[in-house]
Design a protein around this ligand. Structure first.
Ligand SMILES: [Zn+2]
Length: 133
């Protein structure tokens, strides 16, 4: 039995992070569908079924480079979101000593000490802001 299962998964992608996310989203969709009324239940159930189908199609896929690239997109997106959350947490922790501005030119965060009045803030990209600290 164990050998048959190993043979089934030989050369296939298996459940990577993206497939697991799709799988658990589908399960969550089914659970949520139980409490929803008729039309919404049918819609959510069909979406959950699609997610489940894609999760298993990915798991049994033999096109490993493509599946790997798809999975990598999810992992990179997840890492970026984690870094953004940590940076926001850091800004909140230091908000009494520093004031933070987002550069309209490049979108990066600029940190200046509080209580310095109205000052010019120069960004690395060359953009200059005039803000009250
Ligand atoms: Zn900038």
């Amino acid at each position: 039995m164990k050998e048959k299962l190993q043979n089934l998964f030989r050369g296939r992608q298996g459940m990577d992070e993206l497939s697991k996310l799709l799988f658990w989203t589908a399960i969550g969709g089914y659970v949520l569908a139980v409490v929803l009324p008729g039309a919404l239940r049918a819609l959510l159930s069909s979406f959950a079924t699609m997610f489940l189908a894609v999760a298993f199609l990915r798991a049994f896929s033999r096109d490993l480079p493509r599946r790997e690239a798809e999975n990598l997109l999810l992992l990179r997106w997840r890492d970026r979101k984690k870094r953004e959350r940590e940076a926001a947490k850091d800004r909140r922790a230091h908000s009494k000593e520093y004031k933070y501005f987002k550069c309209p030119g490049c979108g990066c965060w600029l940190r200046v000490p509080r209580g310095k009045g109205k000052i010019h803030i120069n960004c690395r990209c060359g953009y200059t802001l005039y803000r009250k600290t």
